[in-house]
Design a protein around this ligand. Structure first.
Ligand SMILES: [Fe+2]
Length: 386
């Protein structure tokens, strides 16, 4: 794989990473190692029903810890759910925070941790580097294969009054430990395997073409693309453990890439749509990604060969052929995701498109887009994806 990013200087930050099947029973030892005595466990009801919450609770008890469970988190985590969790965190005098679940549970755990040491409202920390006090110790355990929140410096929260998601970005909110047990994918419904893997795909693509990409983020983005190309279709069709593990691994690599290279206009557009319609994040990304790529291709020629190669087209070069081959493969992967393939089918109202473009332009992810953009460009992408 090529080290073809133009950035010679780079900073690359990741948490301690623990990855492997069956390792969820290590959560208790991790929490104890971080000084925990009474753990605040953030999850959701689906994980409880699947038995994974009980697995973590056993691990905490085996490590001699007590715990408080907060599982009132829903998809696109809402500001009021996180504020309620924060009050529970304070009330019980807990210390280490463990987030178990998809992006919603993990971002909620980050939100509770932010409030736990900084106070105020979540909206106070919207944007970049606005958190000043270090967070309580944090262990994040992903149970989907796309969010990357377990290694990232981002949290995305739904402002329910504004009906819009907002992003908090800070080095402070990367957890102390990211612990992935790919076995948890075995109980994840097909729909969520597909949609979360699409999210990992869009993270890898947007990070690879980000203006903040470096050799270190490129190698992770490319590895994610290789793994997704190898295992995505098989994982959703046959659900073999090896392929599911590759999706977990792809999510981890894509997470490390985007946490350090940041993202682009795909996510800038996806955030307001997810906030307004409470839509599945991966499905929204799937609709947007081809149009975002067509928009970006004219300014990323130098990286096309590496992109196409990671998707299996090793002699594609940097020209139109590479664009077409890469788009075809991306399209196959997005089909495997199983979601609707247009904004209209997702339930987006055409009259909302101008407002969505206006909101997207204010999203922090616009800043690292490889191609400078304005509201009219964003509206055009939304129209083409409609
Ligand atoms: Fe995402």
């Amino acid at each position: 794989m090529g080290f073809d990013s133009p950035n010679q200087h780079c900073k690359f930050e990741v948490p301690e990473i623990i990855f492997g099947r069956g390792l969820l029973n290590q959560v208790g030892a991790c929490a104890r190692r971080l000084g925990g005595k009474k753990v605040f466990l953030v999850s959701d009801e689906g994980l409880f029903r699947a038995g994974w919450v009980d697995r973590v609770i056993k691990s905490l008890l085996d490590a001699g810890l007590t715990f408080v469970l907060y599982d009132q988190i829903t998809s696109n985590p809402k500001d009021h759910e996180i504020e309620d969790g924060y009050r529970e965190y304070l009330k019980h005098g807990t210390d280490v925070i463990v987030g178990l679940g998809g992006g919603s549970a993990m971002d909620a755990a980050k939100g509770i941790a932010i409030l736990g040491s900084n106070g105020g409202r979540l909206q106070d920390y919207r944007g970049t580097d606005r958190i000043h006090c270090p967070l309580p110790p944090l262990v994040l355990c992903p149970t989907t294969c796309g969010t990357g929140s377990d290694v990232s410096q981002f949290a995305v929260i739904n402002d329910t009054a504004e009906q819009c998601k907002f992003t908090i970005m800070s080095r402070c909110i990367a957890p102390d430990i990211s612990l992935t047990d790919p076995d948890t994918l075995e109980t994840l419904p097909d729909e969520y395997v597909g949609s979360s893997a699409v999210d990992a795909l869009s993270h890898a693509v947007e990070a690879y073409f980000s203006v903040a990409a470096s050799s270190l983020t490129d190698v992770n983005a490319q590895e994610a693309l290789i793994l997704l190309n190898k295992s995505f279709v098989n994982a959703v069709q046959e659900r073999r453990a090896d392929d599911l593990e590759n999706l977990s691994r792809a999510s981890l690599h894509a997470g490390m890439a985007f946490s350090n290279a940041l993202l682009g206009i795909g996510h800038a557009l996806s955030h307001p749509i997810g906030g307004l319609y409470n839509a599945n994040h991966g499905h929204v990304n799937a609709v947007l990604l081809p149009e975002v790529l067509r928009f970006d291709f004219p300014v990323v020629e130098k990286k096309l060969a590496g992109f196409a190669a990671a998707l299996g087209h090793h002699s594609a070069g940097n020209g139109k052929a590479a664009e077409e081959m890469a788009l075809e493969t991306i399209d196959t992967l997005l089909d495997a995701g199983g979601g609707p393939r247009s904004l209209r089918k997702l339930g987006v109202r055409e009259e909302d498109l101008p407002g969505l473009a206006e909101r997207a332009l204010k999203d922090v992810c616009v800043l690292t887009s490889p191609r400078q953009t304005d509201e009219e460009d964003l509206f055009g992408i939304l129209k083409r994806a409609y």
